[in-house]
Design a protein around this ligand. Structure first.
Ligand SMILES: NCc1[nH]cc(CCC(=O)O)c1CC(=O)O
Length: 313
């Protein structure tokens, strides 16, 4: 095995992205004495365009393009991603095959006044820029007013604190990773807000064929999380979805069995299609595709076409 002495991680500058890169750096350095891991920071398109809902700027890949360019031309060796933000296809020359153990995958309810979604008064204002969260909240509480909320986790919390919203919804994983659990008012159960595919899991991308780097990363791989995320991403891919569409999916694994739940809904929550599928973890990808097919049979294509502006079948 060729010796790698320095490994460079390409990362965005947001506090969560930095935390995630630092976390992987610490784990790699602990596992491989003598290895030096450096962070190379970037401001991506997604970080620059803050005033437009993500769904309108074609969210997919907006946060990863610059990082991928840096890996391809050798300015960096790996990138650490939140799996829910990672596009389905990788550019020629890059691959992702290491998925780390999942943090809590649930959505979090955050409010300075109310204890839970159910406690919100009629007409309360909830901040989220996720169509998936909007759809599920509106189905249960059509009276709530959803207002767009962009920016990194700290920005979103400061907008809540400034009184712009009665409550906001965030991924629990982001708050937990940054040790802001005191801001987490309540976990929202999957029955109330099914998470996005990949939520709470980190993945690592590197140059195809860079076997020395891959060897260093391998011990970080978690097979249980990987099988769950594989099923979720297969569902998303079949529905041509990314993070910024009203699609939710969440797989849980017990022994060698997967239980996958999926959902597609209209943004206003008036139509919400659900499915679930169970089977062997070894068939994760098939389970995801079958669940997607089942949603399409129920009419998911028409809902998604309206969001994407092109046909899904
Ligand atoms: N879309 C942004 C994003 N990407 C990953 C996380 C949280 C961490 C994770 O899911 O791994 C967040 C923040 C949020 O949705 O509140």
């Amino acid at each position: 095995m060729s010796e790698v002495t320095t490994l460079r991680i390409a990362t965005r500058k947001s506090p969560l992205a930095m935390w995630q890169a630092e976390h992987i750096k610490a784990r790699l350095e602990a596992m491989h004495p003598g290895l030096v891991v450096e962070l190379v920071t970037f401001t991506t398109q997604g970080d620059k365009i803050l005033d437009v809902p993500l769904a309108k700027i074609g969210g997919k890949g907006l946060f990863v393009k610059e990082l991928e360019a840096a890996m391809l031309d050798g300015r960096a060796d790996i990138a650490v991603h939140s799996m829910k933000d990672v596009p389905m296809e990788f550019p020629e020359g890059l691959e992702l095959g290491v998925i780390c153990e999942r943090e809590n995958p649930q959505d979090a309810f955050v409010s300075n006044t109310y204890k839970s979604l159910d406690e919100l008064p009629q007409g309360a204002v909830v901040g989220t820029s996720s169509l998936r969260r909007q759809c599920q909240i509106q189905q249960q509480r059509p009276d709530l007013v959803i207002k767009s909320l962009r920016g990194n986790v700290q920005t979103r919390l400061s907008k809540l604190d400034a009184g712009e919203f009665d409550a906001i919804i965030l991924a629990a994983a982001g708050l937990l990773r940054m040790e802001m659990q005191d801001r987490l008012t309540a976990f929202i159960p999957a029955e109330q807000s099914l998470p996005a595919g990949g939520q709470g899991a980190l993945g690592i991308e590197w140059r195809t064929g860079d076997t020395a780097v891959h060897e260093l990363l391998k011990p970080l791989h978690d097979d249980i999380t990987a099988s769950c995320v594989l099923a979720e991403r297969a569902l998303n891919r079949r529905l041509q979805g990314g993070c910024q569409v009203p699609i939710a999916c969440y797989a849980e694994r017990s022994e060698d069995q997967l239980w996958l739940r999926g959902l597609v809904g209209s943004v206003d929550g008036t139509t919400v299609l659900r499915t679930e599928n169970r089977g062997a973890a070894a068939d994760a990808e098939t389970l995801g595709i079958q669940a997607a097919e089942h949603l399409l049979e129920q009419g998911a294509g028409a809902i998604l076409s309206a969001v994407y502006g092109h046909e899904v079948n």
